[in-house]
Write a protein that binds this ligand. Sequence first.
Ligand code: ZN
Length: 243
Amino acid sequence: MSDASPQDSTTVLKVVDAFDLDDELRSILRPCEMVRDEQGRRHRLPRYFYEVPSREAAVKIRLTPHFGLNEFTLVDLKEASRLQQFPRYVPCAVRFLAFYLEQFRTAVGASVHIAVNGAYRSPLHKLAVSASPHMWGTAADVYRIGTTILKAKEAIDRYNEIAEDIGADVNVLPYGHVTGLNADDHVHIDLGYLTLIPREISEDRMEQPQEARPRFAFEERRRTERRGPAAVAGSAAGEEKTE
Ligand SMILES: [Zn+2]
């Protein structure tokens, strides 16, 4: 029995191939394009994004028990104007970030507050000079933990250490005053240039023109829906239609 159709934006997240978006969005998100980091290494930008239909949906959709999707999509005027509107787009790898932040929250035993503009930043964002994991949706700038505003070196050092102890995938920026290399008013946590191709996406014929492939998929959000045979049939239906 599926009480939630795949179109119900409050329970499912729509996955889009950025190549299928309009010209303006493609030119902002730049799927699969190469960007150089500070060291001159090249990294390929993500291709698959969650489409966030509205502010209301962003607030309602939880990525983990303590992190709502909206916390990763809050932007200000430094972001490309198209990405200040809805629908908004965030790389699918943001779910890994949320998972690690949830571990971090448990480790510090307090709420973790992500800054506005502190998670996903598009390649057109004014702070996006060279490749940074923020463009992959895999970095978060935390400005407050519990009641502690992160400005002092001792606090930033301490929380950086706790973040690094979560696992080898976690990278932080040491305390210091060089933008991009250090942080002196937040804790920066990132997972590197990680991309996620959701399981709903079929990877065959990836190099074919986009028209030959499903235009998008819906990711099942609730455990009960994932278990239900009706939901499984529903999510596979889109793929069956293409020959
Ligand atoms: Zn950062």
